[in-house]
Design a protein around this ligand. Structure first.
Ligand SMILES: [Fe+2]
Length: 353
């Protein structure tokens, strides 16, 4: 019987850079003339947000936030190594990288033999990565075309019509996958596990109008008419995850399912005027996950997702669906709160008992 590990983490891009995240986006938003009055003065912010702002405009908070994330990445790698996977399926979103005007599937499994990337070559001049690696440094990863094709075939057979790709259309590999692998190898010991990237159109209606990003200027919120058709629903992702657990359970491989995404994104959260992440709602989702109460997750509507900036959490819903199928709750989970950076983060491990 196949064994499954569930793991949740983030692919937060600022962590790639030296110094990591800053509160720079928030400071820019504070100058936005359309910002609601309640956000204009830090004295009126929610209490935990004011505490993070402190008397150094969040400097201490972002430094601590980065340290917590690096420690969590090392923890995630330990979980993976302890499990000794034969295959690592990474759930990540394609943010206008391959899913663009020339075609947007709901789901796509990349069926590659291997892939490589030079993450630093595309950065602006002067960018310094967290590891001080040379601009031309290339990373090569193992994949598993046969296993990926088998997986796509079985899911399609079960009524989940995933797209598949044998080569990239535009970018070599979406950052949701690539950053995950770079972070899981924080200490640069190498990453030799075969990877199957499972991509989802998480950005849905905002994908093309916001080009896989978010709202950083309140005069540029896309009009209803300019929005795209939606991405897949939460319940559909959840049920796909359930099917996946059944399919993998019939095999003999040890498979790690890695959900890679930050939770509420400020730049997607309509409810908070795109100013700060919806931390309060994230806490509700976190508590539900810890208690194995996955109904809240499966029942999220498109309106909920867009109000809370939860678009990328679809990546987690697949894994939670699989865990529901296995009757599992996380043995360990932690919430890394941040009101000042663009997103809150969470980590979780669902080990086979
Ligand atoms: Fe992302």
């Amino acid at each position: 019987m196949g064994e499954i590990l569930g793991l949740g983490m983030t692919h937060s891009p600022p962590l790639l850079a030296q110094g990591g995240d800053t509160a720079a986006r928030l400071r820019t938003m504070m100058r936005d003339p359309l910002l609601p009055e309640r956000y204009q003065d830090p004295a009126r912010w929610p209490e935990p947000m004011r505490r993070e702002w402190g008397n150094d405009e969040g400097k201490t908070h972002v430094e601590r936030h980065r340290e917590e994330l690096v420690a969590a990445m090392r923890w995630a790698r330990k979980e993976l190594d302890a499990f000794r996977p034969d295959l690592v399926i990474v759930f990540g979103d394609d943010q206008y990288e391959n899913f663009r005007e020339d075609g947007v599937p709901a789901f796509q499994i990349n069926c590659f033999d291997a892939f490589s990337a030079r993450p630093w070559a595309a950065k602006r001049p002067g960018y310094r990565n967290a590891w001080d690696e040379p601009v031309a440094k290339e990373f090569r990863y193992h994949a598993d075309k046969k296993a990926a094709k088998r997986l796509a075939s079985r899911l399609i057979g079960d009524g989940f019509e995933v797209a598949y790709a044998y080569e990239p259309r535009h970018d070599a590999m979406p950052h949701a996958i690539l950053n995950t692998l770079l972070f899981l190898d924080w200490d640069r010991q190498g990453f030799d596990y075969p990877v199957v990237p499972f991509l989802t159109n998480c950005y849905g209606r905002q994908l093309v109008p916001l080009r896989g990003g978010g709202v950083n200027d309140l005069s540029k919120i896309p009009a209803e008419d300019d929005l795209d058709p939606p991405g897949p629903s939460a319940w559909r992702c959840f049920d796909l995850g359930r099917a996946l657990a059944r399919i993998l359970g019939e095999g003999s491989d040890r498979v790690a399912l890695v959900a890679s995404a930050s939770w509420s994104h400020a730049f997607l959260a309509g409810d908070t005027s795109y100013f700060h992440p919806d931390v309060v709602t994230d806490r509700r989702y976190f508590d539900a996950m810890v208690n194995g109460d996955y109904a809240l997750w499966r029942n999220s509507t498109l309106a909920d997702i867009e109000a809370h900036g939860h678009q990328e959490m679809l990546n987690w819903i697949f894994v939670l669906g699989a865990m529901a199928e296995l009757g599992r709750k996380p043995q360990e989970a932690f919430f890394i709160e941040s009101w000042l950076t663009n997103a809150t983060k969470a980590f979780a491990a669902f080990r086979p008992s």
